[in-house]
Every structure is written in structure tokens, then in C-alpha cells.
Write a protein that binds this ligand. Structure first.
Ligand SMILES: Cc1cc2nc3c(=O)[nH]c(=O)nc-3n(C[C@H](O)[C@H](O)[C@H](O)COP(=O)(O)OP(=O)(O)OC[C@H]3O[C@@H](n4cnc5c(N)ncnc54)[C@H](O)[C@@H]3O)c2cc1C
Length: 278
């Protein structure tokens, strides 16, 4: 009986995967395993009793590119994405480069980072800023969900039971200014805080801006962004100050965000927006 309770499946097709998942609804997908075994310094690892290894699903390893999108399979390793080179939007590359060390990035997958069940990891911030979409597959259907919605839904995960993340579609827009900042990683053992600040310009007019702050959720304030859209560069000091003030007001309505985090974020926003001013 014990053998029945500890099993690892290696499906090579989605049909095999979902057949096994239907038989064992509590089975857990295993990508690189770095999240599943994180923090275990023991000789014998604690693993879920029934594992669905995603290793042999070739569709999940694919990277494809069209004129408008980069499509990344959920099993693509973090370092493989960095190595694609300069077509990868800068905010995403900078984020990946700051995740742990090279050995971990050779094993950890983008799907595992997005689907980590107990907290929001770093990749969700640039993917939300870039308007990425996730393909989610279950026995019966396939659906697409935006990265920002996936990362903002309440609860430990936006995945339905027995649902698999299969593909990440990243728009290949040209962003003229991309900043990725990771805050004081030592302060929170259980969650990191990162900011993405990106903007597009056309003939010195600011045509789009995204500022995303990730704590355990994704924060974005479209009212603040509207203050800058359509303005000429360099910005006037008054408009830069209005933008900072607007973010302060937005954050004051977020009791779950620590005061120190708010201060760090506002300082960083201030620095970046005044860089664009007279
Ligand atoms: C020392 C160390 C330092 C780290 N530092 C950072 C850091 O600075 N920033 C950061 O963001 N992360 C950090 N991490 C976390 C790391 O990025 C994640 O562990 C990793 O991305 C998870 O990927 P994985 O392929 O190993 O996933 P796994 O461990 O295999 O899976 C993680 C979870 O996702 C589920 N899952 C995996 N793939 C899918 C899928 N396709 N569909 C549905 N569910 C799926 C699994 O069932 C599991 O619950 C660190 C981890 C370690 C060990």
C-alpha cells in the first residue's frame, strides 16, 4: 500500500498528465523542484506523496517568437530566458538576473516561479508590467489570464484545482526606459519587494508609463500614471511632484504595506521621476 501512496509520474503528453491527475487529484506538479524542496537541509527530503514530473512534456520547454510576442513554455529555466538575449524585455531580464545564483537559475523554471503557491515571487512584477498573458490548461479546457490578474487574485493561487500553467506570452513592445529595483532582500524572509518602472516616449512625449510594486501582491496606480501620460520631457518639477504625491496618497490607503516599504518605494519613484524632469 505504501508504494501506492508514493508515486512519481512522468507524463509525456497532456492526456497522460491529466489522466494521472484525475486519478490522484492531490498530485503536485514538479518543475525544477527548487521551491518544493526549499529550506530542507535534510538528507531525506520531504516531497509530496504523488508527484507529476513536468520534465517530459516537450510543449512546456518551447520558446517561440512572433513579431509581437515572445512565448515561453512553463518549464523554461530562468537562465535560458536570460540567454535568449536582447529581445527579452529589459525589466524581465534584470529581474531574472537578480534571482538567487546561477546554479539555482539553471534549475528553477519560470512556471515554478509564477505558480509558487505560498507567496508571490519576483517574476510576477515585470510580467504584470509588460502585460504578459498566461495560458492555463486543464483536462477540459484552455484559458488565458493576464499576469496582473493572476497575481492579484486573493488566495494562495489563481490556479483552479488540477490546472497547469503551460505558456507565458510576453508582448515585445519597445520600452525606452526600464528600471527594476529589488528592495532590502534581508528584511522579509517570506516575501521580497520589487519595483518596475517603465515608460515609452514618442518625439519627447511620454506615451505610456507603468509603475508596479510587488509585495505579496501586485500594486499599480493608474491614476498616478495618468498624470504623466501625454506630458513632454523633460517633465516640469511640478508634474514630477504631483506624481510622487499621487503615489503617496495611493499607498496611504494600503494598510497591509509596511511604512518602511512605502518610504523606500516613494524614494525610488521620486528618484526616477525627477530623473525625467528639468
Ligand atoms: C536559495 C534560493 C533563493 C531564491 N531566491 C529567490 C529570489 O530572489 N527571487 C525569487 O523570485 N525567487 C527566489 N527563489 C525561489 C525560486 O525562484 C523558485 O523556487 C523557483 O522559481 C521555482 O521554480 P521550480 O521550477 O523549481 O518550481 P517547483 O519547485 O518545481 O514548483 C514550485 C511550485 O509551483 C508548482 N508548479 C510548478 N510548475 C507549475 C506549472 N507549470 N503549472 C502549475 N503549477 C506549477 C509546483 O507544484 C510547486 O507548488 C529562491 C529559491 C531558493 C532555493
Amino acid at each position: 500500500m505504501a508504494a501506492l501512496l508514493n508515486q512519481v509520474f512522468f507524463p509525456s503528453t497532456f492526456q497522460e498528465l491529466f489522466n494521472a491527475w484525475n486519478r490522484f487529484p492531490g498530485a503536485v506538479p514538479y518543475a525544477g523542484g527548487t521551491g518544493l524542496i526549499r529550506g530542507q537541509g535534510k538528507e531525506i527530503l520531504d516531497l509530496p506523496p504523488i508527484i507529476l514530473s513536468l520534465d517530459k512534456l516537450e510543449d512546456l520547454q518551447r520558446i517561440t517568437r512572433t513579431e509581437r510576442y515572445l512565448e515561453i513554455g512553463a518549464m523554461v529555466k530562468l537562465n535560458q530566458i536570460i540567454r535568449i538575449g536582447k529581445i527579452v524585455p529589459e525589466a524581465l531580464t534584470r529581474c531574472l538576473e537578480k534571482i538567487a545564483g546561477v546554479q539555482l537559475r539553471n534549475i528553477a523554471t519560470i512556471g515554478g516561479n509564477i505558480c509558487y503557491p505560498t507567496r508571490r515571487l519576483d517574476v510576477s512584477a515585470p510580467l504584470a508590467a509588460l502585460d504578459a498573458q498566461f495560458e492555463l490548461r486543464s483536462t477540459q479546457s484552455t484559458r488565458w489570464i493576464s499576469a496582473s490578474r493572476f497575481s492579484s487574485l486573493p488566495g494562495p493561487t489563481a490556479l483552479n484545482p488540477q490546472e497547469l500553467l503551460t505558456r507565458i506570452r510576453v508582448p515585445l513592445d519597445q520600452w525606452d526606459y526600464s528600471i527594476y529595483k529589488k528592495f532590502s532582500s534581508g528584511r522579509h524572509l517570506n516575501s521580497s519587494e520589487v519595483m518596475v518602472f517603465m515608460m515609452k516616449t514618442q518625439k519627447n512625449v511620454l506615451t505610456d508609463i507603468r509603475v508596479i510594486f510587488k509585495t505579496n501582491t501586485i500594486l499599480r496606480d493608474k491614476n498616478s500614471e495618468a498624470i504623466l501620460i501625454g506630458k513632454h520631457l523633460p517633465l516640469s518639477n511640478r508634474i514630477a511632484a504631483d506624481f510622487v504625491q499621487s503615489w503617496e496618497t495611493f499607498l496611504s490607503g494600503m494598510p497591509d504595506v509596511e511604512e518602511l516599504s512605502k518610504k523606500e518605494l516613494v524614494n525610488c519613484i521620486e528618484l526616477n521621476v525627477y530623473n525625467l524632469s528639468e
